[in-house]
Ligand binder design. Structure first.
Ligand code: PGA
Length: 246
């Protein structure tokens, strides 16, 4: 279902105390808006205890395997048992630092869907690929690989995040036009792979240095349905401003 969504990605930040304070401040600042916070695994249980129904809790990763001898990993079953509703899959940091491949991303998406967890599937090009001008085929390949063997019904439960790698944590945001171009393109890929209705109903959010100052411009674009926010999601006021810009 296409919806407007601002998702916080806390990455590997915050102590438990800081997490609790952040949620308390968010709850205080929210009116009837709702949001998603993807917190570190260690914080999920505590955060679940203190959120209300305006804040859904997500994870930042999951294991591609069901269960068993995979030391240090967290399965979709474990996330489901905590009541996790969303999980980020294929973030560029996981691809770059932890060797996550397109095929792993595809398996992880399927694991999440099996347990009724909404995967937030990340795609996005490096700066060189953007400069070379080959970013659209690059993104098309990432999307096709991530969605391999997914039925129409399964894809309907996915969210896609376009996060140009050159804009993540750099302070450099894609312009609203650059974001719109890629979001429109992604919707076209979904239409080709499935159909127009599936494409029209797909939630596609933008990520990469989203902040209070640029959020409203990005959200004005027809195919930008919200944001995946890293740095600015760690400060309640900044994150609230982005949510309210939607
Ligand atoms: P950023 O991170 O907002 O700090 O650029 C976005 C992300 O990596 O999801």
């Amino acid at each position: 279902m296409r919806r407007q969504l601002v998702i916080g990605n806390w990455k590997m930040n915050t102590s438990i105390d800081e997490a609790i304070n952040l949620i308390v401040d968010l709850k205080e600042g929210l009116n009837d808006e709702s949001t998603v916070v993807c917190v570190p695994y260690t914080h999920i249980g505590v955060v679940q205890e203190i959120v209300d129904d305006r804040i859904a809790v997500g994870a930042q990763n999951l294991c591609q395997f069901d269960n068993g001898a995979y030391t240090g990993e967290i399965s979709s079953t474990m996330l489901q048992s905590l009541g996790v509703e969303f999980v980020i899959v294929g973030h560029s940091e996981r691809r770059a630092y932890f060797g996550e491949t397109d095929s792993m991303v595809n398996t992880k998406v399927q694991q999440a869907l099996k347990k009724d967890i909404i995967p937030v599937i990340c795609c996005g090009e490096q700066l060189e690929t953007r400069k070379e001008g080959s970013f659209l085929p690059f993104i098309e390949n990432q999307i096709r690989e991530a969605l391999k063997n997914l039925s129409k019904a399964m894809v309907a439960n996915c969210v896609i995040a376009y996060e140009p790698v050159w804009a993540i944590g750099t302070g450099e945001t894609a312009s609203a036009e650059q974001a719109q171009e890629v979001h429109r393109f992604i919707r076209g890929i979904i239409e080709n792979l499935y159909d127009k209705s599936t494409a029209d109903h797909m939630t596609i959010v933008y990520g990469g240095s989203v902040k209070a100052e640029n959020a409203a411009d990005l959200f004005k674009e027809e195919d930008v349905d919200g944001a995946l926010v890293g740095g600015a999601s760690l400060k309640a006021n900044d994150f609230l401003s982005i949510i309210k810009a939607l």
